[in-house]
Design a protein around this ligand. Structure first.
Ligand code: ADP
Ligand code: MG
Length: 700
């Protein structure tokens, strides 16, 4: 290893004011074990000390004040542990007493009467007298501001605070580390990028993120570090894509007779331009000889299923098998029913496999897949099991209501030992471009950004629980017009008894309010068979209201159901609300979504509800969701192994991400092995962070 790196690997215990004990605590509590880790532990906010207060303006409840004035009347008071040094600060508008219990001798010696000082601290009032204990104090040099204008505040744990490790402890440690390392901090980006985007040098960014001299330098430091973080994140993802794309062969699907037959005889509608475009993108991939890895994004109802089916036909036509994996049984069942209808017309055999599939049926299915008589199989995670073997798997389609892990996707692809199957991933609802680039940066992306014609936008309204009677009145009028209704209750954990009780109470009150109207109830505690039975009754229009938990979120497609009532809407995330709303608006009638809430709403909740009422556009909703919650909480991203971003925020830093991505792409295109002198900083950084499995020379 480069000897210079050793400096950054120095144990945190050796920095000023830390030592063995505090060092061990910082390591166990915050993962800070070395100088490097300390420097990478960025402040989460800064105290703004730019506002100068006047003594006459001090008010109770003020957290901090910055004052400027001369000191008078030094005095030693009390004795023993009460012994203290006091002085009076006078700024011309009033007086404030300053008090020191510690370092008395030092302050006595160094503070003097004729000097003007900046004083910063928490003012406390005793009677009519203001006082600040242990203020930060600094000589005022005329014309110069208080130097610690922006002071970093670090995220700490309770345990650290109890052991008197505070932001100032870290601040002092960082200060001492920077004094020793500043000139050794290596640059990680090419000079050309720094110039092009006017980014400060790495060492200056690190310095000013911790010890910003002013707001402008702080902002520049932030921008630079965000850029760097996103740049390397994109570089890794794109490199992986480049590498796999250029080297992994894939099956060639040349024939498209089935696709023609479908178009000519069996397609009940014409495709939207967006659908056609995405199909062309897929078609180009699957006949290229290289393996396809593609993400198809599209709003609820944009028609992703038919696109997936057409891709499946391309594979089947060429003697390959296809598997479609969905995250829930209901969704898998729905896909199976839809696809089977079309497949039967073309004489294609479709199988299904889920957790609930009986052993006997399983055996038949396994046999059909091994011999190749079954061309298309639809299922859940059960498809991943080792016993599931294919004759000639050529395409994996993954419907991601929540994200399957990378490892799970890989397990499907491994089910053909001779050639790597193509992969098509479909999102259930759109995710913002910035998030897609990061979550799925290794996939090529297609967007179905257009809905089939003739859809009437769903009318969404917000009603408080107290207006239930009026809502019921509206439901009655819809029932009178022959429409059907969904009534959804939140059920975060299927096992939560109180939620189940809410649902059952709701069912009771609905039965009382709508006597003689046939109802269905569906929830996660029911047996799959009973669930399917109730859903089928609703789908056949035998029952008029479906009272359900979020199990209906995906899959169900009943065009005659035009009203979606969501109870306790405050308990749902935006993505989920949008997904639920997508269950209506599938037919030609005007559809409605009614969000019921209590009066007590947080600001975030109000924003969610307001967004839902304002727009039907899934891409827009996803962007708001990202801004409200950040990527970590977005549906399904928790278990996805998403890169931990230290400083960049995907909700807010879209523009920086675009620049970083474009830069990474350009560098990989022009210098895939990072051998040019200008790119050495990048290469060295990758080596330093131990870029996993990279063989830069294999790319290109
Ligand atoms: P999603 O993208 O949410 O999975 P689906 O594939 O379930 O959407 O399609 C929603 C509905 O729209 C289905 O009933 C489907 O048959 C229909 N559909 C799909 N494409 C078109 C089209 N081009 N024109 C008319 N209807 C379409
Ligand atoms: Mg779908």
């Amino acid at each position: 290893m480069n000897p210079k790196n050793n400096l950054f690997d120095t144990n945190i215990a050796f920095s000023k004011g830390i030592g063995d004990q505090k060092g061990a605590l910082l390591t166990s509590e915050l993962g800070i074990g070395t100088y490097r880790e300390m420097l990478q532990y960025y402040p989460f906010r800064y105290e703004d000390r730019t506002v100068l207060h006047r003594a006459s303006d001090l008010r109770t409840g003020m957290n901090h004040a910055l004052l400027r004035g001369k000191l008078t009347r030094f005095a030693l008071e009390g004795s023993g542990s009460k012994k203290r040094l006091t002085a009076i600060l006078n700024d011309g508008t009033g007086q404030v007493e300053l008090v020191w219990f510690q370092a008395i001798a030092w302050h006595q010696k160094n503070l003097n009467q004729h000097q003007e000082y900046f004083v910063y601290g928490k003012p406390v009032q005793f009677g009519s007298k203001w006082s600040i204990t242990h203020p930060e104090i600094e000589v005022h040099v005329p014309g110069q501001p208080f130097t610690a204008r922006f002071t970093p505040v670090y995220q700490l744990t309770e345990k650290l605070k109890r052991r008197s490790i505070d932001s100032r402890t870290l601040f002092r440690a960082v200060e001492s580390i920077l004094a020793k390392t500043y000139s050794e901090i290596p640059e990680t980006l090419p000079g050309s990028l720094l110039e092009k985007y006017r980014l400060p040098a790495k060492r200056d960014a690190v310095y000013h993120i911790h010890l910003p001299a002013n707001e402008n330098l702080l902002n520049q430091a932030r921008r630079r570090l965000k850029f760097e973080e996103l740049f390397f994140n994109q570089l890794q993802l794109i490199k992986k894509k480049f590498f796999e794309k250029k080297t992994t062969p894939g099956p060639v699907f040349g024939q498209i007779a089935f696709v023609h037959e479908l178009f000519e005889k069996h397609l009940p509608f014409s495709l939207t331009n967006a659908q056609k475009r995405v199909i062309r993108e897929i078609r180009n991939d699957v006949r290229s000889g290289l393996q396809m890895n593609r993400l198809v994004q599209g709003d609820v109802g944009s028609g992703k299923t038919i696109v997936a089916f057409i891709a499946a036909l391309m594979a089947i036509d060429n003697g390959y098998q296809v598997c479609l994996m969905a995250p829930t049984e209901i969704l898998a069942e729905q896909h199976f029913n839809n696809l089977q209808k079309l497949a039967l017309k073309l004489g294609i055999e479709v199988g299904r496999l889920m957790g609930a599939t009986k052993a006997k049926d399983r055996k038949i299915l396994h046999e059909g897949l091994r011999s190749g008589t079954i061309s298309l199989v639809v299922g859940t995670h059960a498809l991943l099991e080792d016993e599931v073997l294919f004759h000639n798997l050529g395409l994996c389609i993954i419907d991601e209501q929540h994200r399957f892990g990378v490892a799970q996707r890989a397990r499907l692809l491994d089910k053909n030992a001779r050639i790597r199957p193509h992969m098509l991933v479909m999102t259930a609802t759109p995710i913002p471009r910035t998030l897609a680039m990061t979550l799925y940066g290794d996939l090529d992306q297609s967007e179905i950004d257009e809905l089939p014609p003739g859809r009437k936008p769903i009318v969404t309204t917000h009603r408080f629980d107290s207006h239930r009677a009026a809502v019921f009145g509206f439901l009655r009028s819809q029932l009178g017009e022959g429409r059907q209704i969904y009534l959804v209750y939140p059920l975060i954990e299927e096992s939560e008894k109180s939620d189940l009780k809410d649902l059952e109470d709701g069912y009771e009150s609905i039965s009382r309010a709508f006597p003689g109207i046939p109802l269905s109830i569906v929830h996660g505690k029911m047996k799959p068979r009973d669930k399917a039975f109730e859903m089928a009754r609703f789908a056949r229009n035998e029952t008029k209201i479906l009272v359900a938990t979020t199990v209906i979120e995906v899959g169900v497609d009943v065009p005659n159901a035009t009203v979606m009532v969501i109870e306790n809407a405050e308990r749902f995330g935006l993505a989920q609300l949008h997904q639920l709303r997508g269950r209506v608006g599938r037919g030609s009638g005007q559809s409605y979504c009614i969000l019921m809430t209590s009066y007590k709403l947080s600001a975030d909740t109000r924003k969610r509800i307001e967004t839902m009422c304002r727009t039907n556009n899934g891409f827009e909703i996803a962007q708001t969701d990202l801004e409200l919650r950040g990527p970590g909480d977005l549906m399904g991203t928790q278990q996805s192994g998403i890169v931990e971003l230290k400083i960049a925020n995907l909700g807010l830093d879209g523009p920086i991400l675009k620049e970083a991505r474009a830069s990474a792409l350009e560098i990989l295109e022009n210098d895939p092995e990072l051998s040019s002198p200008g790119n050495q900083p990048v290469k060295n950084h990758l080596l330093q962070v131990g870029d996993q499995g990279t063989n830069w020379s294999r790319i290109g």
